[in-house]
Ligand binder design. Structure first.
Ligand SMILES: CC(C)(COP(=O)(O)OP(=O)(O)OC[C@H]1O[C@@H](n2cnc3c(N)ncnc32)[C@H](O)[C@@H]1OP(=O)(O)O)[C@@H](O)C(=O)NCCC(=O)NCCS
Length: 231
């Protein structure tokens, strides 16, 4: 199945989702505007518990942008949205009929948010850190097949492949909702080769968000159009 991918572009004020579409938003986490007021009390307390100022700022901006993005589909005020959390912490909207599926990720100064009409979505973004000891992390977190795939790659392209496999695993785990506690952490051979893959349940698509960040989107519904919005 082919996937139509739009360029990153400005969104309409009230975006519309069809069952054939998934939307992916990217946004910087460097907003100078005060956004705390968009968060509820529990979220504000969570931000206050984050001792590293950059982490706290990123959390506040990402949560506020998430609320604004979801509210734009629903024609509601961002502050009125209520979230419920799955067993491993995956957020979902509560109290809204036909609420869209969504997932958020942030890394460094960038956030991404995936929104789908049906099924589940997961997204991950990673900053392409040139200093990261990726070989150590691969040994610790990747399966034998994933490590073999990485080793087969020429050395000069291996770091980038590591981030690709990493974001694929994370996006898929986040789509399923289990995160670290999911007993099945192996994405399997189908999702190692190619940038748009399907294993019978999950579609995965990887792409650069900008020169420094790579993202993967995981979707459990059939879709043919990926709209990409600058948030
Ligand atoms: C939360 C988790 C799912 C991702 O954490 P992370 O990479 O630090 O953070 P990301 O930026 O990708 O995503 C964070 C967002 O995901 C969402 N989230 C939280 N728990 C989630 C879950 N279980 N499933 C899906 N989404 C989740 C939240 O919106 C969260 O944003 P918030 O912290 O602002 O509330 C992590 O706990 C986890 O379990 N990851 C799997 C890690 C793993 O196994 N890695 C090894 C192989 S790559």
């Amino acid at each position: 199945m082919t996937l139509q991918l739009t360029p990153w572009q400005s969104p309409p004020s009230q975006p519309e989702l069809t069952a054939e579409e998934v939307h992916l938003w990217r946004f910087p986490l460097t907003s100078q505007k005060p956004l705390e007021h968009l968060l509820n009390e529990e979220e504000q307390k969570r931000a206050q518990r984050l001792l590293i100022p950059d982490k706290a700022r990123a959390f506040v901006v990402a949560r506020a942008r998430l609320r604004q993005i979801l509210a734009s589909y629903l024609d509601l005020d961002p502050q009125t949205l209520c979230f419920t959390y799955g067993q491993s912490g995956k957020p979902a909207l509560v109290g809204i009929a036909d609420a869209p599926a969504f997932n958020l990720a942030h890394s460094g100064n960038w956030g991404v948010c995936a929104v789908g009409k049906e099924g589940e979505v997961g997204v991950d973004i990673e900053t392409l850190d040139r200093e990261l000891d990726y070989a150590r992390l691969a040994k610790r977190f990747f399966s034998t097949a994933e490590n073999e795939w990485l080793q087969k790659c020429p050395l000069h392209r291996r770091r980038r492949l590591f981030f690709r496999i990493w974001t694929r695993k994370e996006a898929w785990l986040k789509g399923k909702g289990g995160g670290f506690s999911d007993p099945d952490q192996d994405i399997g051979p189908t999702h190692l080769a190619g940038s748009y893959t399907y294993d019978g349940t999950w579609w995965l698509r990887s792409f650069p968000v900008n020169r420094h960040c790579l993202a993967t989107l995981a979707v459990s519904q059939k879709f043919s159009l990926l709209q990409r919005w600058n948030g």
